[in-house]
Design a protein around this ligand. Structure first.
Ligand code: FES
Length: 126
């Protein structure tokens, strides 16, 4: 495989976990951030299984420039993001962000907390 092709399919993404530790992974085009985080045992709940129906895969993109390269959030994603704990200007749902060559080097932070309305609102914890 020539070098240009290899760089197309070997992309890098870094997650900063709740303790501030950085974890960098080599991933492929089309991988989404939820799948990458879960495959690497990072703390991302993904309560709805990636169907854009919760906000437990909330990530905060570190660099505004690269944030602007991510395709716009859908209305459904924006609705869910409104429920996310600690929403920022560069927040996205991890399950809705797929890696592309433009996003090579993406750095995302995992928020300190996530809000799981699906389970925690209806569960009787007493
Ligand atoms: S896993 Fe539920 S919205 Fe991403």
């Amino acid at each position: 495989m020539n070098l240009a092709l290899m760089t197309l399919y070997r992309l890098h993404v870094t997650f900063i976990d709740k303790d501030g530790d950085r974890h960098t992974f080599e991933v492929s085009k089309g991988d989404n951030l939820l799948d990458i985080a879960q495959a690497n045992d990072l703390e991302m709940e993904g309560a709805c299984g990636g169907s854009c129906a919760c906000s437990t895969c909330h990530v905060i993109v570190e660099d505004e420039e690269i944030f602007d390269k991510i395709p716009e959030a859908s209305d459904d994603e924006n609705d869910m993001l409104d429920l996310a704990f600690g929403l920022t200007e560069t927040s996205r749902l991890g399950c809705q962000v797929e890696m592309t060559p433009e996003l090579d080097g993406l750095v995302v932070k995992l928020p300190q907390m996530t809000r799981n309305l699906q389970a925690s609102d209806f569960e009787n914890r007493s």
